[in-house]
Structure formats: structure tokens, C-alpha cells
Design a protein around this ligand. Sequence first.
Ligand code: SAH
Length: 263
Amino acid sequence: MKISPKKSLGQNFLTDKKILNQIVNLGEIDKNDTIIEIGPGTGNLTEEILKKNPKNFTVIEKDKNLVQILKNKFGNRIEIINEDILKFSHNKYDNKKIIIFGNLPYNISTQILVNWLRIENLENYCKKFILLFQKEVAERITAEDNSKNYGRLSILSSWKLDIKKIKDINPSSFFPSPKVMSSLLVLEPKKNYYNLKNSKNLEHITNIFFNQRRKMIKKPMKLIFKNFEDVAKSLSLDLNLRPQNLSKLTYYKICSYYEKLLN
Ligand code: SAH
């Protein structure tokens, strides 16, 4: 079957054998592992993962044509789910501690990540994520405070995940070549992280702060808290600072205050 990659589905297939091998090795796959691959495409990475003989292997691919190709190629050696990852329910993998791979469709990569962060007890669900992002997005995920890429995504991701950047990957490693550089990240769920009730609250708080990232934090604080001056005082917050000056921990504390208000 002839393949014509669909731009709308972010189809840039990874073709560089060396990088495919490196990605699989980062998984440290053991024969008892359960693997999920997001957006397997034509199965380049899938094929390398299969060589490690994982116990269970499921791939989730939205494109019907590609699903047919995968079925022809792999038969029943893997479970192939023809679904949109954004609509996929994670519940049936409870307590399996899966390893998740994905050369993600870049147009929805941040939404995919935010959805994973919403999973309660993520540390019991997933051992690690090995993911490719557009380089700019990887920079936002890994940014520290007081830097230009620092924001919502950095604060949300570091809340539950230890993140390591492995390397940047050139467009020439893909077919068709994307217009952007890519980065390979390994993200491991933390065993202990700041106790918040619901990640949606942290999404909400960081949204309000970073909606106007150049304004002083007095404004978002006022929007969130009636008694914003008291909250600021108890957190020793200078209301003249900008959103990017506050540490991640400060955001978790602000969110915790906000959650107390919701009761
Ligand atoms: N992993 C493959 C392909 C990566 S391209 C490789 O490295 O060769 C991104 C893949 O994600 C494509 O196969 C695309 O069809 C698929 N995809 C795009 N949107 C998706 C969605 N919402 N849910 C599941 N898969 C999706």
C-alpha cells in the first residue's frame, strides 16, 4: 500500500535506525513489561520494541489506513487500537505499571501530556514515558523559573514527573522531514510529589497567571483570592513580581490555598 503522510495528523515517521534503537534502549524493557505506543505510524519504532519481547504490547493509532498497514505487518503480535489518544480511557491498565513510548503528533502533544498528568496516582500507572516532542515544546516542559520558556507546562510537568532531556533530533531523521527540531525526553513519575487534590486546579491557576505573563502577579492573585493580600503575606509573596519569577513550589502552594477555598 502506498503511504501519503497526512500533515493534519502530524505524520513524520522516524526513520533513523540509530535513534530508533536508542529510544527503545531507554525503555529498559523487561519481558514482564506492558508497553503502550502512541501513534505508531507505519511501525518503525514498534518493530524495534517488539524485538525486546515485552509481555503485553498495545499501540494506539488514529489513522485507519495506518492501522491496516500495522495489521498486515504485525498480525496479532501486538494489540492495535484504532482510536484518538485524546479519547482513550486509561482505566483498563490499572496497576500494570506500563512503559509508554511515542513519537507524538506535535500538534496535540501538550494536550496528551496534560491528560496524563490528570491521572490519579500516575506513579502506579506508568513506569516511564519516552517521548519525542517538538524542541520548543520540550524547552517549555523542562524550563526553570526566571527563564523565558518557563510557564504552565514546566510547572505542571515537574509537579508529577522527573524529566530528563536526552538529545535533540534533526528533521533529517524523519520522513517527511518536519520543519522543526525535535527533542527526546524521558519522563518518570515521581513517587512523592506535592499533594494537590486535582491537577485541573493547577491547570486553572497557572492559566490565570500566565495568561498575562508580563503583568505583575497582583492581578492574577486578586482574580483568584478575595483575601489576596493575606495569602501573599503568608506565602511571603511580593505582589510586584511577574509570573515567571515564582518558583514551581510557590505555584503548588498557591494551588493548595485555592483548593482549600473550594471546600
Ligand atoms: N511513531 C511513528 C509515527 C509518528 S508520527 C514513527 O516514529 O515512525 C505521529 C503518529 O501519530 C502518526 O502515525 C499519526 O497518524 C498518529 N496520530 C495523530 N494524531 C493521533 C491521535 N489523536 N491519536 C492517536 N494517534 C494519532
